[in-house]
Design a binder for this molecule. Structure first.
Ligand code: AHR
Length: 336
């Protein structure tokens, strides 16, 4: 009799334990929303993510790298980080190495838009999901990646154009614009140019008299602006595709004896701390925000993808714009 009781008790304990494990596993799968839980999700072991970053060209990029590294640590994701130093060939090498290492998820911010199909197909054939962050690729086959999280760069360009149109409302004189483009072939350079052009074309008084790449860096922004100032005496507006190029250009404008923000109006994109400081000081007139804080959402997506959940193909980052007054108010709390 005693023996029978022991057997029943053991069976009951085993059933309770199995039930508890099942609930725990489910909680782990569904826990993808809590990036701070330390649970890698997916119901299995720790997730390994291979991440290929563009480089360290701007304040935005530094903040983006920090966001990704810190969020991975918080989410309990093992991050293999690789810096492509602005070269597509380095990114392709890094992705191939992540495939060889059999990471769970590959994420990357593509240096340029084109030329990814072959390596993305290799990842797909190896059954390793890819998530694009910050910038997209122009591949027609959308099954080559699971999701793309990042800004709407065309919209950013449009916002810059809309501010300009409003600023010169009711003033019929021609407005001479110089443009500092981002690195050639990069999605934000292509799209910010296109969005801006689409809005200002409505009024022929807006003329882009010079447009050249400043590689998204302060040094190149300064150099190219120096050349613009030498070639054109009548620049009214500078549109820079990021804060760093705008900040470099400010140095060139001041060295040429002109007042940035007054003699030449300046619009930039990003809203990093240095840009916001210059905006609050009246040296920049308007900044369109582009958020670099993509880490938490990226880790969340990685957990869901690893757990086999369906994720949205496109996650658009929420962003705003800043006038000089708004920058003064936002600066004390600006984290990056
Ligand atoms: O892809 C985002 C862009 O890349 C940022 O606007 C720019 O600063 C960075 O280098």
């Amino acid at each position: 009799m005693r023996y029978l009781e022991d057997v029943v008790l053991k069976k009951w304990s085993a059933a309770v334990l199995a039930g508890a494990l099942a609930v725990g596993a489910l909680a782990g799968c569904g826990g993808g929303d809590d990036a701070g839980s330390g649970d890698s999700g997916g119901g299995g072991g720790k997730i390994t993510m291979g991440f290929s970053q563009v480089g360290a060209e701007s304040g935005w990029r530094t903040a983006n790298t920090k966001s990704i590294q810190e969020s991975a640590a918080t989410a309990g994701i093992d991050l293999k980080f690789s810096d492509a130093q602005g070269k597509q060939e380095n990114q392709i090498k890094a992705i191939r190495s992540f495939i060889a290492q059999r990471v769970d998820v590959i994420a990357f911010s593509p240096v340029v838009e084109s030329g990814w199909d072959t390596v993305l197909k290799e990842a797909k054939d190896a059954n390793i999901p890819v998530i694009l962050t910050d910038r997209s690729v122009d591949s027609q086959d959308k099954t080559l990646y699971k999701s793309f999280i990042g800004s709407d760069f065309v919209l950013e360009g449009k916002k810059a154009g809309e501010w300009l149109v409003k600023e010169y409302e009711g003033k019929p004189e021609p407005v001479n614009i110089v443009e500092l483009q981002g690195s050639p072939g990069a999605a934000p350079a292509n799209d910010r140019k296109a969005g801006f052009a689409e809005v200002i074309k409505a009024d022929p008084k807006f003329k882009v008299i010079a447009s050249q790449t400043g590689q998204f860096t302060r040094t190149d922004g300064k150099e190219v602006m120096e050349a613009f100032l030498k070639a054109h005496q009548d620049i009214d507006v500078l549109y820079a595709h990021n804060d760093d190029m705008g900040l470099g250009a400010i140095e060139a404008i001041e060295a040429a004896g002109k007042k940035p923000g007054t003699d030449i109006k300046i619009i930039t994109v990003d809203a990093v701390k240095d840009g916001m400081t210059a905006l609050a000081a009246g040296k920049i007139n308007y900044i369109v925000e582009c958020s670099p804080l993509l880490g938490p959402q990226l880790m969340d997506l990685a957990k869901k993808v690893k757990a086999g959940e369906t994720v949205e193909q496109r996650v658009v980052t929420e962003e705003t714009t800043f006038t000089q007054e708004q920058a003064k108010a936002a600066l004390p709390d600006r984290k990056y």
